[in-house]
Design a protein around this ligand. Structure first.
Ligand SMILES: *Cc1c(COP(=O)(O)O)cnc(C)c1O
Length: 811
């Protein structure tokens, strides 16, 4: 129906009448969106069921990707794209008087994640389905996703993201598949027929109810499932209320506390929150997800010893690590397995991705909290720790090393240690990150289990980030090298032969300019600021964090402003600096940096002279759908983290794929980009990770020296607190200045500043030669196929999960 425009138009109008009782001219954009969504759901129903059925019949191994975050964004456009219906629907709707872009904008972003980690999970789901793997997502259906950011008087204000308010056309509630999850209580130990039996009594039970979202693969891809769990009260209110006085209020209280489990996403990126509710969320996901996948496994009627052959359970960072003791608990307490066998099954089933080297992000839960909330699980963790440490001591490993690697230490449960000990694979997310894991943060574990460690460099789905976000560029690519790159993204390499082709270069430049015009239009509509589409669009969009160094970027903008004011008659290439970033609500310094960016923007944009050559924009509420607007319009991609701090980055890959040139440090996946691109096609600067590590280890860096040695640095730092153009926010900006001078500049902003400023000058010169710039841009696009998550997922599949694609034939 969706392949035939006329048929589409007819069924669309029929649906509109039968579902909403409206004719075309009465329908709102919201109605059009809803009807399209339900048409798609109907259309894929059979494929979805068939994908599930085939999996069951063929008994193929299933992958379950557990993640506390899935930063999905909007689905309508991508689903139409993957179903091959995008053009039919766009044209059909146009003939009915509707613009598909406007309809797509009706969909709220599913913002069930903070940043890179959650977006990776979403890209992986798209690749799993498109490559025909039986791989499913397992997450939480947060009632409120990541907060909506408003900028009020230059400050970030957080508003609740009530994304489900108008319903969710993609989800299917499956009340029949609900499972029980238990918290609190006390463990009773009894001997029965010579066996020790553990029973938890007086526990509090909640229902976990799944909401399934179809994950539609590209072309003949599969329809996999993203199962999101919602917490509901498991107590019969009638019974509870009959039980005595006051229990009506008790019921309300209980009910509220249950619903709070899936109420909201913690808004911290790269930070650890030791909150009880967060621990509850983690266990809720692990227990519900495991029970559900084990129920599917049991339909195969195989012994549990075959679980590792039929199921791979992957954990995205340590957040779902409680899976390990939970699987042990189920196998021992409910399936009758002994410790040894249960441990063997568990450690052959679970694999783990590490996402960070930042010590503040490593999860450690207070032992007492885990013991009280999850008494039986805690006992199992204790036993895992006891056996692990005991076997090390037996092998002659020193007490010192043993306490370094222990799971329970100083009253804390170390989740990364539990994840490594309880899984068969530990991977980092970029070459450099994995090497640093092995040589530094997880060194003693690497020495114990070298075979477990491996690298899987992150990736991004080129379907969303190129085909959907940049349709003009996608069409040009297909006209030039054919369409095989869509299913084999490596073939983008074929573009390299066009890098010196003047006609092709011009087309690349025209497309970029169109994308810039579209973004300029959006900015004008939102903020009333006119930006020059011929200026360099220099973009830094990502979570706001000290190590990502948005501060260095904005200090450099202040420096450029000073230069312009000092020498107004020097010719310069106009630049538009674009920022987008959410800060964790409790991260005071990060919020001050947002304020600083907005203050600088205000000063620069209102200066009649400087604003000719310089503009600064802060686009509020950075999200997946905003990223899809901004990234295709970028000329310069800012990837300027302190070397050794950004595990991989994926924003860097999206920009590269859309033809932006990167100014960056040798950090995360930038290293791999540089290996492919070289100095001709990328702008490198700053300390290397070894140098940063040496400074941390041996000292030798004094940020005050930078201040006294460089007039440019002194000037901008003093402008933070003194009378002058950026006056007067002394208290707030004084803290920023203190972090750089009094606290010795933890992220080496001042150390790298001069090198960064010099590289920015090189960029300006390079941009003047537009053909040479276009040529570099083409080389970037050509090599970006390497970063498609299709490649990444193929490596996870063959090197970690040992799964192969399973074709689904629909009759
Ligand atoms: C890709 C993406 C990120 C991650 O960006 P990095 O630059 O790798 O930190 C964060 N948020 C959104 C909305 C994204 O799309």
């Amino acid at each position: 129906m969706f392949n035939n425009k006329e048929l589409f138009k007819v069924s669309f109008q029929e649906q509109l009448i039968s579902r909403l009782g409206k004719s075309m001219d009465e329908a709102t954009a919201g109605d059009i969106y809803k009807i399209l969504g339900s048409l798609i759901r109907e259309n894929i129903g059979r494929d979805w069921a068939e994908s599930n059925r085939i999996s069951n019949i063929q008994k193929e191994k299933q992958v379950y990707y557990f993640s506390m975050e899935f930063l999905i964004g909007r689905l309508l456009g991508n689903n139409l794209l993957n179903l091959g219906m995008l053009n039919t629907v766009r044209e059909g709707l146009a003939e009915l008087g509707w613009d598909l872009d406007e309809v797509e904008a009706q969909e709220p972003d599913a913002g069930l994640g903070n940043g890179g980690l959650g977006r990776l999970a979403a890209c992986f789901l798209d690749s799993l389905a498109s490559l025909q793997y039986a791989g499913h997502g397992c997450g939480i259906r947060y009632k409120y996703g990541l907060f909506e950011q408003k900028i009020v008087d230059g400050h970030q204000v957080e508003l609740p993201d009530d994304w489900l308010q108008r319903g969710n056309v993609w989800e299917e509630r499956r009340a029949d598949k609900k499972v029980e999850v238990s918290f609190w209580g006390r463990v009773e130990v009894e001997e029965q027929d010579g066996k020790t039996v553990f029973t938890t009594v007086n526990d509090e039970k909640v229902w976990a109810v799944p909401y399934d979202v179809p994950v539609i693969g590209y072309g003949d891809g599969r329809v996999n499932t993203l199962r999101l769990w919602s917490a509901e009260s498991a107590v019969d209110p009638v019974k509870m209320v009959q039980d005595g006085q006051n229990s009506y209020y008790q019921f309300l209280e209980y009910s509220r506390s249950v619903e709070s489990i899936s109420e909201f996403l913690y808004p911290d990126d790269s930070g650890y929150e030791g909150k009880l509710l967060r621990l509850k969320q983690q266990y809720f996901l692990c227990s519900a997800g495991l029970q559900s996948l084990l129920r599917t496994f049991e339909k195969l009627e195989l012994p549990y010893s075959e679980l590792p052959e039929k199921v791979s359970v992957h954990i995205n960072d340590t957040h779902p690590t409680l899976l390990i003791p939970e699987l042990m608990r189920i196998l021992m307490d409910h399936k009758g397995y002994g410790w040894e066998e249960a441990w063997d099954i568990t450690t052959r089933t679970v694999s783990y991705t590490n996402h960070t080297l930042l010590s503040e992000a490593l999860e450690k839960w207070p032992e007492g909290m885990v013991r009280e909330l999850l008494p039986r699980v805690y006992m199992i963790i204790e036993e895992i720790n006891k056996r692990f440490c005991g076997s090390l001591l037996e092998d002659g490993i020193s007490q010192e090393v043993v306490s370094q690697v222990a799971i329970l230490e100083s009253g804390q449960v170390k989740m990364a240690h539990l994840a490594i000990v309880g899984s068969y694979s530990v991977n980092g997310v970029a070459g450099l990150h994995t090497e640093l894991l092995k040589s530094d943060v997880m060194k003693p574990f690497y020495e114990l289990y070298p075979e477990r460690f491996n690298n899987k460099t992150n990736g991004i789905t080129h379907r969303r980030w190129l085909m959907h976000a940049n349709p003009e560029l996608s069409s040009l690519i297909s006209e030039s090298i054919g369409t095989s790159w869509i299913t084999s993204p490596h073939k983008l390499l074929g573009l390299e032969t066009f890098k010196d082709d003047a006609v092709f270069q011009q087309k690349i430049m025209d497309i970029k300019r169109n994308n810039k015009l579209r973004l300029a239009e959006y900015v004008h509509q939102k903020q009333g600021i006119a930006v020059d589409p011929d200026s360099i669009f220099d973009v830094q969009v990502k979570r706001l964090h000290g190590y990502k160094r948005q501060l260095m970027n904005i200090l450099h903008v202040m420096h450029l402003y000073n230069e312009i004011k000092d020498n107004p008659n020097v010719e310069r290439v106009p630049r538009t600096f674009i920022f987008g970033a959410k800060a964790a609500p409790g991260y005071y310094l990060a919020k001050s940096i947002i304020k600083l960016i907005n203050v600088v923007a205000d000063v620069v944009n209102k200066d009649p002279q400087a604003s000719q050559q310089l503009k600064v924009l802060f686009l509020e509420n950075y999200s997946v759908s905003l990223a899809e607007k901004i990234i295709p319009a970028a000329n310069v991609s800012e990837q300027i983290s302190t070397a050794g701090k950004e595990a991989s980055g994926t924003g860097n890959m999206k920009f590269m794929m859309n033809g932006a040139l990167t100014i960056g440090t040798l950090d995360g996946a930038n290293v791999e980009m540089f290996d492919m691109l070289g100095n001709d096609n990328m702008f490198l600067f700053g300390l290397r990770s070894e140098e940063v590590l040496d400074y941390y280890r041996y000292g030798g860096y004094l940020s005050r020296d930078m201040y006294s040695q460089h007039e440019e640095i002194r000037r901008v730092l003093d402008q933070l607190i003194s009378e002058g153009p950026f006056c007067c926010h002394e208290r707030e900006f004084g803290l920023i200045r203190q972090s750089l001078l009094d606290h010795n500049d933890e992220f080496f902003v001042l150390r790298d500043f001069m090198d960064y400023a010099a590289k920015q000058k090189v960029i300006e010169q390079a941009y003047i030669n537009s053909q040479a710039w276009a040529s570099k841009s083409i080389v970037n696009i050509a090599h970006s196929g390497h970063f498609s998550s299709d490649c990444t997922i193929n490596r996870y599949a063959s090197e970690i999960w040992d799964v192969a694609p399973v074709k689904v034939e629909i009759y």
